[in-house]
Design a protein. Sequence first.
Length: 119
Amino acid sequence: VQLQASGGGLVQPGGSLRLSCAASRSITSINVMAWYRQAPGKERELAAIISSGGSTDYDDSVKGRFTISRDNPKRTVYLQMNSLKPEDTGVYYCNARYLTDGGTWRVDWGQGTQVTVSS
């Protein structure tokens, strides 16, 4: 599946952004979709994850501030980010993990979208 991330930008501390990840096909059968982020000079880390059944989990650093959701008819996963902090700055990537028809697990990545939190 091809993934297209969008919605990044420059925002002041305390502000909000909503990222979108649009898929090239139905996401109903995609087991897990997630948002990762990579700060300058650091490794990519998991920020939020959502299962096909709607279960969610978050990194401790974003709990209570970020919300991941999925809209299956629109083939899109969202990341609502509130109360943004400078340390949230980085490139955000969406990711899909699913079982193929051949019975193997596959992971696809979208291109990143830059989020900069600065006054």
